[in-house]
Design a protein around this ligand. Structure first.
Ligand code: DX5
Ligand code: ZN
Length: 218
């Protein structure tokens, strides 16, 4: 059983501050950094560049990376970054058919963990039969695209539903949640079944160990 971990997103950190912020997070005991990648098409925004993430991998203190691909062509991005990250998370909505999802898993799962993300309006039933293929399931608790949005409350029900399914089916898939996580919902989410809570703006606006503690970091 994996620990409950905060996996910080540095999306809302100014570009010239990101390296320093990652090092500070690692000094505070953070093991994983969550890197948001956007193409301006799948979502109406751009985020971190692939080369930028590779430079953090090489130049920052040692950490594990999970990369959240909010893009129309996940293969193109994954091929460039797969050697530098531990977990590649794709969006179910990026694919036209299930065979493409299987192709992605076949290409990358030898070296990487593979995660599947669903937007707030995508029901779990769409991916339920595929879940056993994934190391991680990412529940978006805001519309993907921007940091600093408000947590969508019915994401709680989705976490409960997925946790129940994972337990019943005895799967090893872990649950990650992303969007609007703060001190009012993080511990509650850990308690109902998430393993990785992505936290962006709430943590970055007050980056210290007291904030991490309020989020449930041991
Ligand atoms: C949004 C991104 C998130 C975002 C989280 O599309 O996937 O990772 O940066 O930021 P907060 O915690 O501010 O909602
Ligand atoms: Zn994200």
């Amino acid at each position: 059983m994996l620990d409950k971990l905060i996996t910080p997103s540095i999306l809302n950190v100014e570009k010239n501050q990101r390296k320093e912020t990652i090092n500070r997070l690692i000094e505070l005991g953070i093991k994983w950094i969550h890197y948001d990648v956007m193409d301006g098409e799948f979502v109406p925004n751009k985020a971190l560049e692939i080369d930028e993430i590779i430079s953090y991998h090489k130049e920052c203190k040692k950490h594990l990376s999970d990369i959240h691909l909010m893009v129309k062509n996940p293969f193109e991005y994954a091929r460039k970054i797969s050697n530098y990250v531990t977990c590649l998370t794709i969006h179910f909505e990026s694919f036209d058919n299930e065979q493409e999802i299987i192709n992605f898993i076949n290409e990358f799962s030898h070296e990487n963990w593979i995660g599947i993300a669903i937007k707030p309006n995508t029901p779990f039933s769409k991916i339920q039969h595929l879940l056993y293929l994934f190391d991680l399931v990412l529940i978006m608790s805001v519309e993907p695209g921007f940091g600093g949005q408000t947590f969508i409350e019915n994401s709680i029900k989705k976490v409960e539903e997925i946790k129940k399914f994972i337990d019943e089916e005895k799967l090893n898939t872990i649950i990650q949640i992303d969007g609007g996580i703060n001190d009012t919902n993080s511990i509650k989410l850990f308690n109902i079944g998430t393993s990785f809570n992505v936290v962006g703006s709430y943590l970055i606006s007050n980056l210290n160990s007291a904030t991490l503690k309020k989020l449930g970091k041991k």
